[in-house]
Design a binder for this molecule. Structure first.
Ligand code: PMP
Length: 411
């Protein structure tokens, strides 16, 4: 089990107060706080090695390049990818999925071809595909969500057709916390020779990933949700696919040779990395992944699992609480439920609940969570969402539950 006190000492922001009360930060699915080692890495990189990467022959540029490329190797190891050629740095999950939809779409999707997503996707795994559909006449097919917040796999099998070009689904729902059976989804799709992309934004901070073992064709995540800096994301893609996909953006770095008679592309992964990358950010990302690896994702997951159980026990005992997704089977947490919980207080608007909790020092998320189709599926305007990280404690939960009881008396 985790010793949380020394871990909390790594996160300076956790000592601050809001409205004169100690901060209880339960909005980790939106972004996680950063440990000092990540913050220090950023300061140190700017104060000692700042120079543009890949371009200079001078010492500073070489050092910055070495650190940036070492960061790519850290990400490769973290995801279990075969080669650093398969690790593309982006600005975040959103850009990773836009890159995929644009570039894969350009190479493989034509009028009447089909892309499958699910009803529980974040907007960033819906809208880029809708844009592709507008450009190419491709058709979006949607896996429905069951009442207990799971993907309907029978319906998924029925959606597969000879025109399906790609299945793109989230590993973990950012609203319900459902952990989708991506191994099964990948197996089913591959049986039909259809590639699979996984939105791993909510999985990577909680579940060890091995893309080769999973066999997925693409996997996307954001550094800022796994204790790293904002502005850095990753798209893992199998070399076989990336080689066939055209560049996403044009500019410096992504070229082999530029002539007005015709330009050639750089090798992987640089073909997809036009312009100066956020190399300070990638270096800090590697530090964040090292931090998580040193503590160990299984230990982090076990700790968060205990927090979720404690919260569910308290919420189940409260009147007027409706929890979305399947919260009944505590034993199955983390094989099919991650550390995100969404609920509503009957008769109260979620944003009122969120605002009142905020004034009691509890930071939660309210609203549609960039998943409006899922809100429509459940016929609700939004939810109150709490989400845990490795530094949350039992007393965070107790403070949250006490505050929620007070809120329930007010609204
Ligand atoms: N997918 C999921 C499942 C998410 O939770 C998020 C962030 N809320 C995103 C994609 C988008 O991530 P980012 O904003 O970091 O690009």
């Amino acid at each position: 089990m985790l010793d949380v006190n020394p871990i909390r000492a790594d996160f300076p922001i956790l000592t601050r107060e809001v409205y004169g009360r100690p901060l209880v930060y339960l909005d980790n699915a939106a972004t996680t706080q950063k440990p000092l080692t990540v913050i220090d890495t950023i300061t140190k990189a700017y104060t000692t090695i700042n120079a543009n990467v890949h371009r200079g022959v001078h010492r500073l540029s070489q050092e910055a390049t070495d650190h940036h490329e070492a960061a790519r190797e850290t990400v490769r190891r973290f995801l279990g990818a075969a080669s650093t050629s398969e690790i593309l740095f982006t600005r975040g999950t959103t850009e990773s999925l836009n890159l995929l939809a644009t570039s894969f779409g350009e190479a493989f999707c034509h009028e009447g071809d089909e892309i499958i997503v699910s009803e529980m996707e974040h907007h960033s795994n819906i809208v880029p595909w809708q844009l592709l559909c507008q450009r190419r006449g491709t058709v979006l097919r949607v896996i429905p969500v069951t009442d207990d917040g799971r993907l309907d796999l029978d319906a998924f099998q029925r959606l597969l057709s000879p025109r399906t070009r790609l299945v793109s689904v989230t590993h973990v729902s950012n609203v319900l916390g459902t952990v989708n059976p991506i191994e099964e989804i990948i197996r089913i799709a591959h049986d039909h020779d259809i590639p699979v992309a996984i939105d791993g934004a909510q999985a990577v901070p909680h579940i060890p990933i091995d893309v080769q073992q999973l066999g997925c064709d693409f996997y996307a995540f954001s550094a800022h949700k796994v204790y790293g800096p904002t502005g850095v994301g990753v798209l893992y893609g199998k070399e076989h696919w990336l080689e066939q996909m055209p560049p996403y953006q044009g500019g410096g770095e992504m070229i082999g040779h530029v002539r007005f008679s015709g330009t050639t592309w750089n090798e992987l992964p640089y073909k997809f990395e036009a312009g100066t990358p956020d190399f300070i950010g990638t270096i800090a990302t590697a530090r964040a992944l090292d931090y998580v690896t040193a503590i160990g994702l299984p230990a982090i997951a076990a700790h968060e699992h205990a927090l979720v159980r404690r919260t569910l026990d308290a919420l189940h005992a409260m009147p007027r609480i409706e929890i979305y997704g399947d919260s009944s089977d505590h034993r199955s947490l983390f094989t099919d439920h991650s550390s995100v919980l969404s609920f509503n207080l009957a008769g109260a608007h979620p944003s009122d609940v969120g605002m009142l909790l905020d004034h009691l020092g509890i930071a939660v998320r309210t609203g549609h969570h960039c998943a409006q189709p899922l809100m429509e599926r459940f016929g609700i305007p939004g939810t109150v969402r709490i989400s845990f990280a490795l530094y949350n404690t039992d007393s965070d939960i107790d403070a949250f539950i006490a505050a929620l009881r007070r809120v329930a008396e007010m609204v």
